[in-house]
Every structure is written in structure tokens, then in C-alpha cells.
Design a protein around this ligand. Sequence first.
Ligand SMILES: C[C@H](O)[C@H](C)C(=O)SCCNC(=O)CCNC(=O)[C@H](O)C(C)(C)COP(=O)([O-])OP(=O)([O-])OC[C@H]1O[C@@H](n2cnc3c(N)ncnc32)[C@H](O)[C@@H]1OP(=O)([O-])[O-]
Length: 719
Amino acid sequence: MAQFTRVSGSVGLISLKNPPVNALSAVVRQGIVDTVQRALSDPKVKSVVICGQNGIFCGGADIKEFGTAMSGPPLVPMIHAIEAAEKPVVAAIEGLALGGGLELALGCHYRIAHSKARLGLPEVSLGLLPAAGGTQRLPRLIGVPAALDLITTGRHVTAAEALKLGIVDQVTDHNTVDAAVKFALSVREHSLNARRISNNLCPPPSDLDALFEGAMQKVRQTARGAVAPVACVQAVRAAATMPYTQGMEREKELMATLFTSGQARALQYCFFAQRAVGRWSMPSGARWDTSKPRPIHKAAVIGLGTMGRGITVALAQTGLSVVAVETQEKQLMEAKQAVSGMLKRGAKRRGVAPVLDLVSYNCNLQAVADADLVIEAVFEDMDLKKKVFQQLSAVCKPGTLLCTNTSALDIDHLASQTPNPELVVGMHFFAPAHVMKLLEVVYGSRSSPQVVATAMQLGKKMGKVSVAVGNCRGFVGNRMLKPYMEHAFFLLEDGATPELVDQALEEFGFAMGVFRMSDLSGLDVGWRVRKEDGLAHPGMALGQAARVRQGRRYSPLADLLCEQDRFGQKTGMGWYQYDKPGGRVSRPDPWLHSFLEEYRARHGLVARRIDHQEVLERCLYTMINEGFRILEDGIAAGPEDIDMIYVFGYGWPRHRGGPMFYAGMVGLERVLERLEHYHQAHPDVPYLQPCNLLRRLVASGSPPIHRWREVIKKVRSQL
Ligand SMILES: C[C@H](O)[C@H](C)C(=O)SCCNC(=O)CCNC(=O)[C@H](O)C(C)(C)COP(=O)([O-])OP(=O)([O-])OC[C@H]1O[C@@H](n2cnc3c(N)ncnc32)[C@H](O)[C@@H]1OP(=O)([O-])[O-]
């Protein structure tokens, strides 16, 4: 809703009220229409101020309304009425003015912002464009290049930058509403013609065509198939080339192409899913709102390799004091230098002072005795990790939470090395740990709700998207990656090349295809895991049995490459060739093509033509099928957990929503039918056998994703 009061004698104060972000729901829009009419028709009112309650101006249109039949007054004419008003209207911007909220402010004649406010048009991150005049008014106000940047990136700007760009007229450190009312009193006699942005022409850019060609090229490169950024460029071009009314028509036309698009639905699903994973639950019934986190004042990190260094930086950047431990003096000094460098660069990027003194370095484990929480990040070896957990149990004060950064090892087994397994939890970071947003919080069968709550809260404090999952081999992310990788290898056996598979996946929207990713992370990483699983031993990759393991189909292709030190970028050759060890630019490798031909001939395999559709179906549907098994096992509480893990940790394209959302978009029936088709062709590949939960969802009419949890509950209760 919107409230009207008259203040300072002649100022009509309209305050938006719709916690938590004063989103422009139908009720709020009606409230604005009513209160603006009242202010404009009240003779005592000489000028108007619009503000938001609870220290926030407005978070934009109500995203929750997007999936429903739109009701209430539309935004565009509502904002037109404000702009056309004969009394000056001043926007008092506190906290946030985003999307439709900033468009509302752009319809006002003046904008006053608090110094801590953030402003932006983030619609593109929801698969949309600013459709309440933002694409037409912002370029007229701040020029085309600056408007293109804000609208195609959706980035938020500070009040200081907004003042510099000309979006706001004044910035205050004091009470924004008071400042706006004082300002409104001062302009009540001013002419408003020039203040009506839509009346102004768009400042002509020096070379319009070059500017827009450049912008279009840029968004096409970064968008990886997302359509909204392209439409944003087209809409701003209309502002630079058409009269306002025509430009508004173009904006409306382009928005119509986006609003119901699959991509917009996927991106809006991600918006809510990212918030839903914070409301975690465990099979024991423990939940986010019934489990109190433990306060953490001092943390410690054991093992300062690549991951340990990143984790130390992520912790210190929250303001926590951190003890960083590495047993070897030389490695400790190298780590200190690396961590200090990362902290300085991070501080520079964020425009704050580096927090170097928050981190202390030590070779002696005793130094972590008084830590509230310890994260172990030593080499991925069970025996070594068990030893560290035994030592920590002996050294740490009672109640210290013990966390492990393992990416696949058994949390329960590690916890059993300590007298208090309830204080043990997995905190699985992704490289680089101070950059990647995802944190898998892995609870064991005896992890207490309090240790999970504490890890989740610490994850949020580090700016991570934290997802609570159960303990199993590979947890969620790596467990689903296995069938995905396995099928990529099978596709090579059946006739594909790494280039073809990667092209299909990159056109789908992945930043990197599976083989380029494998070369980046190093083929030896997977090789070590396969050896630990008893799947890869010298000599096993030859002969007829080479392609069978534990009674199922297996591809030794990657093992054969590793036996020849083809570990990828680090050795300058892997699935692709690179100009030198450590090279980044991949080129198709003729050697690998003839190696594949020889391999197929040796195993009596006949190459056949494989198209992109088959690549996507075999790689993604097996991953999705494993996702359904994970839901059936209760390792993930809901599809949102899986989707956020893949969007924030494995480069799944956000405009595709995530593997489980994508399955819903393709149609569960189709996914089931294709899995059955491939399983029939490859009965020796159990990952292709459709999961019971998938069958149950199809049998119950393929309900929309937000209703899957009901079916999961039923299936699990019958297990
Ligand atoms: C015509 C026009 O051109 C178009 C078409 C549009 O305008 S499209 C809309 C454009 N606007 C946006 O893209 C802004 C989206 N919101 C955000 O970026 C962030 O929310 C935030 C504002 C920076 C606050 O972040 P936060 O971290 O402090 O809290 P939170 O947990 O995120 O949010 C707190 C709670 O508020 C809910 N919420 C936030 N913004 C909302 C919105 N615009 N509509 C509905 N709910 C919203 C959110 O789901 C959560 O709910 P719950 O989980 O508690 O039930």
C-alpha cells in the first residue's frame, strides 16, 4: 500500500509500504495512483515527496506476481501521471531503488538519495528488460553508453556513482525524507518542463552504429545464449533513434518477447531458489528456523594449498580473525605471501582497507586450540585427513566445530575419528574458494543441527550461496558430475570428438564444455579418484576387459591419456593441445583424433555420426537422473538445492534454471522416454536406468517443480 500525509505545511508525502522491499505489487500500485491523485488535487499541496518505509525506497515490480494474471493499475501510465504532474515530485531514495523502483524515481522530477543507497535496473538478471520506461528515460538522462552499461549488466551503482552519472540530483548522509522535503519546498515554484525526462532528446552518441554494434557484440559474447541482454540493447537503441512514444512501443514489444520466455521463467526460478536454499532442512526434521547457530569469533584453516589459501581469504574478509596453519615453514611463507596478495587485491576491488592483521600464520597445530571453528583443507587423502581430525580433537578446546573441505570423502568416517562427531560437518568450497559463490554444507549422520546452522550462517557471511546436503560419495555436485563425465567418454567411443561434445554444451550455455573443463582442472584429479575407487590401475586399460568395471560399461580413455602424462593445461596436452604447459588456449589435437580411431579399432567400436541433441540428452539427462536419485535418497531436500549447486558451482547456465528445472522445461515424460531409449541401447550403463522418483513424477502427471517435494515426501515415506 501507499500512505499519504501532508508535511511542512505544503508537501504531500507519499510513503510506500510493502515489506520487506516495498515491491510494486498491485495493491502498492493502486495506492500510488490514489495518493498521487490526492496530492495533486489537494490545493494545500505545492510539491510532493515519494519515499519508502523501513529504510528502502523500492525493490521494483513484485516478482511473485509475474507468474500470475496481472491485476491493478499498470506501471507505465502510473509513472506518466507523476511525470506530467504540475507540482514537483521528488523521490527520496533510501536503501534501494531497483528496477521498477528506479523507473518510478525516473518519472519523478528530482531524486535525492542517501549516501548508502544503491540504484540499478537489474531486470536483465531476471530475463527481462526495464519495461516501465527505464530503457527510454535512463539514456535520455545519463546518455546512451552509461545507460547501456547499467541496463545490459543489471549492476547496482552506489549513490556517489549515481550522482556522478546524473541519475540523482543530491546525496545526503542525513535523513533522506527530511532532505527531500526541504528540497521539495525549495523547488515548488520551479518550471518542470526540463525535468520531465521523456521530453528530452537522447544525447546523440558520436558514432551511433559503431556504439550499438559494439554493445551487441559484447552482450552476445558474454550472454552465452541468454536473450534478454540482446533485447536490452535493442530497446536502448530505440531511445537513441526514435521519439519517446515510439520508443516506449518498442520497449513494450521487446518485453513481450521476454516476459513469457523460458529463460525469464528459469531466471526468476533461480531468484527464488537462491533464497529458498537458505531455508534448509535435514531428514531428522531439523530446520533453519529451529536451529540456532553458534557464534564464531575465531576460525582456523589447516593446510594452505590452493583451497586453504582461498578459504583463509574468504574467512578474513568477513572480519573474523583466522589462524592459518601449514606444517612446512617454506610452504607457510609462500602461503602467507599469496594470502596477503589476495587480501590486498580484494580490498582494492571493494575500495576498503585490506585486513592483513586478521590472519596469523603458524606451523604448529597448537595455535588453533582456542578457535571456535576449524576448517581442514589438507590433501584429498582419507588417511591424512583422519590423522588431522584425531590431532584436532586432542588440541582444540571443548565444543570447537570441526569442518572438512573434502570434495567427496565420507564425513561420517572422518567424524568417527573424534570424540564428538556431532561437531563435525563438511564445508565443500569450490576453486578459487574466495571467488566461487557455492558452498556445499555436508551434514553427516551425527552432525548436530547447530553445526549445520553455524556453517550455513558462516557461508552467508562469506557471501556464499550455501546449500545443505547429506553425506554420500561426491555429495550432490560431484555425484551428478560422474554420469555426466562418463557419458562424455562413451560419446567419444561411439564416434564423437571432444570439440563436438564441448561445442554442444557451450551452445547450450556452459562457459566450458566437459573436455575443456577437464583439461583446466587436470585429468590427474579424476584419475586419482578412479584409482581410489579401484577403477583405474596400470594395464587395466588394455584388452577386452578394459571396458568393463564391476559388471558395468567403463571407458578407460581418460586413464590412457593420464598414463601418457596428458593431464591437460598443466602439461600442455590433454583432450586438446596447448602451446605450452600451463597454456590456456585449446586447439583440436590431431594426435588425439588418431588415438581415438586406433582405440575404437582396437575395441571393435564403429564410429557413427553423433549430433548435438544426442550429446545434450546423454550428458544432461543422466546427470538429471542422478539428481532424481539424490532427491529420492534425501541427500538434497528439494530440486532448488541441486539447481543452485549446479548454477553456482558447476557453470550450469543460469538462464536454463539448473538441471532439475531444465528437466521440467523439457518435460519429465520426454526425459524419461529418452533415458529408456538410451538404456535399451546401453543396458550395461546403470546410470541410464530411469530413477523411480522420475517415473513417479511422470505417473502423477509431471507436476510443476514447486510441487515435487510433495511427491518426494510420498516416495521417501514408502522406501
Ligand atoms: C517493470 C520493471 O521494469 C521490472 C519488470 C522489474 O521491476 S523486475 C524487478 C526488479 N527488481 C529486482 O530485480 C530486485 C530483486 N531483489 C533483489 O535483488 C534483492 O532481493 C534485494 C532487493 C537487493 C534485497 O536483497 P537482500 O539480500 O537484502 O534480501 P533478499 O533475501 O534478497 O530479499 C528479501 C525478501 O524480499 C523478496 N523480494 C526482494 N525483491 C523482490 C521483488 N522485486 N519482488 C518480490 N519479492 C522480492 C525476496 O524474495 C525475499 O523474500 P523471502 O525469501 O524472505 O521470502
